[in-house]
Structure formats: C-alpha cells, structure tokens
Design a protein around this ligand. Structure first.
Ligand code: GLA
Length: 393
C-alpha cells in the first residue's frame, strides 16, 4: 500500500472508529496535446499520472453520508437524496454531484462514511476535480456492487461537474481518469467517444511537469467564453460551407481556413484556427510517437503552445516565461501549457540527459513578478499510470 493509501485508511479509522469496506483511487492527468478541443468534438491525447485521490468508505445504517477530507482537515455531511449544490465545502460538492447523478440513474445510495485524501496539486490544472469525482464513483461501484461502462462512467462524472458543481468542462479529464493506462497516452475522439491506446515509448527521452505555481484564475468565465466563441465558429462554418454536413469544428480542415477567415469576426477566426490546427497537431504527434520522431513531437508541442497563446489566448505570462526558458535549454524537444490555461503547469518533452539543465535554468531564470518573492516552480518527471481502480473491496 502506498503512503497515501495508508494515510487515508488510518484517517478513516481514526475519524469513524470502524474499518473501511471499499478503498478506491483515481488519478489526475496531464494532457500531452489537444487543448480546448474536447468540447468541440475534437481529438485529445491525455495520460493519467501517478498523482491520485484515494477514497475509503463503509456503509452505515440510515441515510446519513458523512465524510472527512484529510487535505482540508474538514468534516461534512448530508442525507441521501438531499444534495445541496451551495454546500460550503467545495470538495464535498464533487462527491455530492456524483451521488446525485447516480441516483438519477436509479442507483440508490444508502448511508455511508468516508475519508478522502490525495496528492494531485489543487488548482494546478492537473484535474484534481475529475480525480475526486472518479474516486467517488469507483468507491460507490465497490460499495454498491456494480460496474459501469467506462464511457458512461466518464459521462456521469462530467454531468456531476457541469450540472452540480457548475463548471462547464468537456469530457477529457473524467475520461482519462477512468481509462488511463500505464505507459500509454489515450487518444480520445470527442465526437464518438472512442479511444485508442498510444504507447509512450521513446527511449532516452522523458516528460516533465513544471508547476508555475500560478493558480488558475478567470478560468470559469473565460472558459465559457471560449466555448461560446467556438460554437459561433461552427455556425460560421455552416454558413460558409452550406453543402457540407458540419456537426462541429471537427469537420473543418486546415484547407478551409482561408474561406473561414472571410466569414467570421477576427476573434472567432483565431479560435477556429487554434482548434483546427490543434486537431491536426494531435494526429501528427500520435504518428511521430509511433515513428519515434522525437523532433516532430517537440515541434507539435511548441506549435500548440504558440497557438494557445496567440490564437486561443488562454496562456499567461508565467506559462509563457517557462516555455521560453525551456526552449533555451539544449536537449529540450518541446514544451507547452497543459490543461485549461490561465496558470497551472507546463509540460516538457526532453532528452533524459537534459533534466538537470532544465532544473538549473528554471531555478535561475523563473522569478515571476506576479507571485510572492522566492516562489519556485516545482519540477517532476511524469510517470504515466493506470486509471481509476478499486484497491480493496
Ligand atoms: C479543462 C476541462 C477539459 C478541457 C481542458 C482544456 O481541463 O476540464 O474538459 O476542456 O480544460 O483542454
């Protein structure tokens, strides 16, 4: 058992003076490439990481659900069937969102107690929210004795986040938290929700996460605005190509861009150009990974960052600074922001032999003016891991 699992089990026992029946875990993620494409029906290439949320639970008689969060050192409770989206503890709202969706699909949740804890950094764009949703669902599967189809499980957690928590996210984070596989990225087609496992096997190269320490801000309002602009883009495409069956921006190719430029506003055109070129960068990355073309993987990452910065406008000074620093280190193939943007983390793809030089360069050159003096970026290698699992039942 990992230290985290032991810690959650011990906290459970201390808090509730009983033994847990089910222990479940679900990981956070990095997205290698394919950013902001999920809600336009595009392609994404995320991977689950070895940072996760663990939830231990045991049934109790009655209707009360009581939980304890180790990370917030806080207790919260509610009655089955009575879930309040305005509940003050954010972490408990994610749990309630999942329970409420389960009840809508006729899975009646009885009383239970739980403890939850994790090591996915919060607010860093590594999807701690999808991890707590998926850990909750997986623990309920164990406790109540059923197993959902993976896509349905991801959709249920997405509905919990959209409808209950009120964040209008796409499907990527919940999908990867469920289906992630050790040493593989998952190529998800967000139109038909199918996926393909892509082995990550580039000997001598590694992936790093660099946490800028800038907490994501503005993300809800700007995220929703981008979604609306993309929908406008799809409308423009329908008007520009009346003979074609355009379900979404996925059906627009790079070759269509000149005509699109003439038919929508400058801002909408830039959003469309990001989505269309990003979809093709995802496929190029997949092919380059297959062929072991590390230079091409790196170019796609840099291309993605530039497009997110200039066309989609979801980067920020701290993330741009980190990518600039990384691009100056010999042996770094590519780097980009990962997740929704406006803060959070950068990922880099590099020769293993360049890891030390990256650490030195970041520690010497990354001194963001916007953050408290002495703030340092955290750097750690990505270990691509399995998706949600039941540890004990
Ligand atoms: C957040 C959302 C995802 C996705 C990314 C951007 O992580 O939860 O659905 O849209 O932003 O790629």
């Amino acid at each position: 058992m990992s230290i985290l699992v032991t810690n959650v089990v011990e906290s459970f026992k201390k808090q509730w003076s009983i033994e847990p029946q089910t222990i479940a875990a679900a990981p956070g993620r990095v997205n290698l490439i394919g950013e902001h494409t999920d809600y336009t029906g595009g392609f994404v290439l995320p991977a689950a990481i070895d940072r996760e949320i663990v939830l231990a639970a045991a049934r109790v008689p009655g209707k009360t659900i009581s939980g304890y969060s180790i990370d917030f050192d806080e207790e919260a409770s509610c009655e089955t069937g009575n879930y309040d989206p305005g509940y003050p503890s954010g972490w408990f709202r994610y749990v309630m969102g999942v329970l409420s969706e389960l009840e809508k699909s006729d899975r009646t949740v009885g009383g239970f107690r739980f403890a939850v804890g994790g090591n996915v950094p919060i607010g860093s764009g590594l999807s701690s929210s999808a991890a707590i949703e998926m850990a909750t669902l997986t623990a309920m599967e164990g406790l109540m004795g059923f197993r959902m189809d993976d896509v349905q499980a991801a959709l249920l957690c997405q509905r919990a986040e959209n409808g209950f928590v009120g964040m209008n996210c796409g499907i990527m984070d919940q999908y990867i938290s469920r289906t992630g596989k050790k040493d593989h990225a998952v190529l998800i087609d967000c139109t038909d929700l199918s996926h393909r496992m892509i082995p990550i096997n580039t000997p001598g190269f590694s992936w790093l996460v660099i946490d800028s320490k800038k907490k994501r801000g503005l993300v809800d309002s700007e995220y929703n605005r981008r979604r609306t602009e993309c929908e406008e883009g799809a409308q423009c495409a329908r008007a520009a190509f009346p003979g074609r069956n355009i379900r979404g921006l996925r059906n627009i190719d790079v070759a269509d861009l000149p005509l699109m430029e003439a038919s929508c506003t400058r801002t909408v055109f830039k959003r469309v150009r990001h989505i269309v070129t990003e979809n093709s960068r995802v496929m190029e990355t997949v092919n380059a990974l297959k062929a072991g073309d590390t230079g091409m993987v790196g170019r796609c990452l840099y291309g993605s960052h530039a497009s997110l910065r200039d066309d989609f406008e979801v980067s920020c000074e701290e993330l741009d600074t980190l990518v600039d620093i990384l691009s100056g280190v010999e042996g770094v193939s590519g780097a980009r922001l990962t997740g929704a943007g406006f803060g959070g983390c950068v990922i880099a793809f590099l020769k293993e032999s360049a890891e030390k030089a990256v650490e030195e360069a970041v520690s010497e050159q990354y001194h963001p003016k916007s953050l408290p003096k002495g703030t340092r970026a955290d750097i750690w290698p990505i270990t691509i891991s399995d998706g949600a699992r039941i540890i004990r039942n």
